[in-house]
Design a protein around this ligand. Sequence first.
Ligand SMILES: *Cc1c(COP(=O)(O)O)cnc(C)c1O
Length: 392
Amino acid sequence: MKRIYMDHNATTPLLPEVLDAMLPFLKDNFGNPSSIHWAGRDVKRHIEEAREKVATLLNASPSEVIFTSGGSESDNLAIKGIAFALKEKGNHIITTQVEHPAVLNTCQYLESIGFCVTYLPVNRDGMVDLDELKESVSDKTILITIMYANNETGVIFPLKEIGEITSLKGIVFHTDAVQAVGKIPIDVKDLNIDLLSISAHKLYGPKGMGCLYVKKGVEPIPLIHGGHHENSKRAGTENTPGIVGLGKACEIANRDIEPQTVHLTKLRDSLYNSIMDRLENVVLNGHPTKRLPSTLNLSFEFIEGESLLMNLDLEGIAVSSGSACSSGSVEPSHVLTAMGVPLEVAQGSIRFSLGRENTEEDIEHVIGVLLEIVNRLRSISPLYPYKKTESG
Ligand SMILES: *Cc1c(COP(=O)(O)O)cnc(C)c1O
């Protein structure tokens, strides 16, 4: 059976070029980069080259890049690190209701130890309201953490405007840019960003690897204490293959960002247009234009996303659903709920997230299979009001 992967917001395959760059560091280049002798020096040089590649992609300085174990650790280091560093100054943090759990649960933990958190709502398009953001700022606000692009809907937040607010008010600004890096150009200086999280496995690099951009002069308290690695912000002997892989992935992302945007936009639009032409009662979840080129979140009314997902999986097609089965009942995602998507519409949602290796043929194949499954599921759904009767 033909296998098609359209779940790139969950993770991406490792690019062969990235694997090739990593392999020497799993074999002969085993040295500890802190060692003074030849074995360490050579590895150290490659780590610093990787740091430069990450910095180039973000328009940062290499010394502002801290390697971590992934997006979740980067979010934790940024949010807890700043909360702990500035707790004498204030105890208020602002975020949104639609963040990744790595941000939401970190904020909830901080609430449990005395911090106050405002979770900004979003509108039906999944967009935050800047006036609401401005109104929620107080003289106790120490940190604003708002994602760059949403993992479920692909909605891109107005970071430039948020950065203007935070720099005017002297508030630290963190963004979880895990879904945006490599898909849209990012300039941390232009956007006034203080901290920015990256995960390697969302941009064709290895799992368990990420980094945090920390602007010069911003000083989060470390989560992991130990040696003086990573500018004393994150202790532990470096994950050298992972670091080299992340560097390579960033170099490729930087090189290919324009052609990839064209490629993904074309595929996504042809997927969307064919579905809308050929099926009724399909709803787009997310902003119509301010969205990642790769992400398409659709609700197929009158059926459950979970059944659609499982039926697509049986046909070799990997997507994800906007709802998750928990203790027997299907719970809609917190993102769609925050957007005010009605429960029964949210339950029929599916996220297609496209990637480099997807082709026009993949799209055609998926459309054919999808039409057949949606029509079949609707024909047996007690919720579907437009059923054809047997003999007229
Ligand atoms: C995947 C993801 C994370 C977590 O990254 P890991 O490297 O898997 O820990 C954080 N935020 C967003 C938006 C993500 O999509």
